[in-house]
Write a protein that binds this ligand. Sequence first.
Ligand code: ZN
Length: 345
Amino acid sequence: MCVYGIVFLMKPPRTLQEAITYFSDPDRAFEYAVKLRFPDGKIYCPRCGAEKYSFIKTRRLWFCYACKKQFTVKVKTVMEDSALGLDKWMTAVWMLVACKNGISSHELARSLGITQKSAWFMLHRIREALKERTFGGGKIGGAGNEVETDETFVGGRIQNMHKDRKLRYNQLGGVYGGKTIVHGALDRTVRKVRATVVPDVKRETLQDAILKNIKYGSTVYTDDAVAYMDGLQENFIHEILNKTESYVRGRVHVNGMENFWSLLKRGLKGTYVCVEPFHLSRYVDEQVFRYNHRKHDDRTKMTDAERFKLAMSGVAGRRLTYDDLTGKAESPHHQTTGTGTQEPF
Ligand SMILES: [Zn+2]
């Protein structure tokens, strides 16, 4: 649970309570979303790209003269098709990115006075928008950077089983019923994580995840699981942690990754009582977002308000459109243009 002080000021919000008050004004919430949606101030029809429209102020929507359809600030964002107001969306985003372990749909439903089903829908949409790709997140590492990489098992009966034993179970024929495997990599230099759900712990699968997420030339630390044994040295400086000899051999360890796994599991245990394997990847995205944006690049602490702004740029910004989520054709204005330099507040 997050606890915030109650301060009513009309300055840009710094706490959840201030954010709720701030965005309860529909005009202010609308203006904020418009600045994120059209960061260069140029409004266009998200459907056809035309810039000829009229604005219907009372309903806070536009009418496009080219395609003769109305559009709102939500069209082609993760909020499309949602009847919930911007104030509710913004409060939900704040709660999700500010609470260390996230929030459950039940908790969100109670806070916003909406149904649990609506809250569940919102949380999943927001998690989609928090995916690292939304924020230009490509591969981590690079020459001179140290990257820890590891995998973990989530859920199911063998959750607490030692990894070596799990691997033996796998070799016996993939006894994974109810367990989901997550592979992750942590760039120790910039403290950024990439994590994805993978189908199994076969060599091809795990090494493929490494190739997709880590830049060639990085120094890569893994444990001595069979899957990591051959091949990685072709593209990386590969250092292997031998668990039977000594747990930590100088810098060769995956303790940072293990710390991330424990954060992930703590959140799952405390907040998300049960997460179906299918939905786990979204929750992983959420946890990666919070982890990667605890601090700025210069290592100063990121405030809740700053993390919220960043998250909102994914939720209401055009960088991630509804089409990205559904895989439809790209709109003419789809090109990514960065975060937008204008401050939304
Ligand atoms: Zn149009």
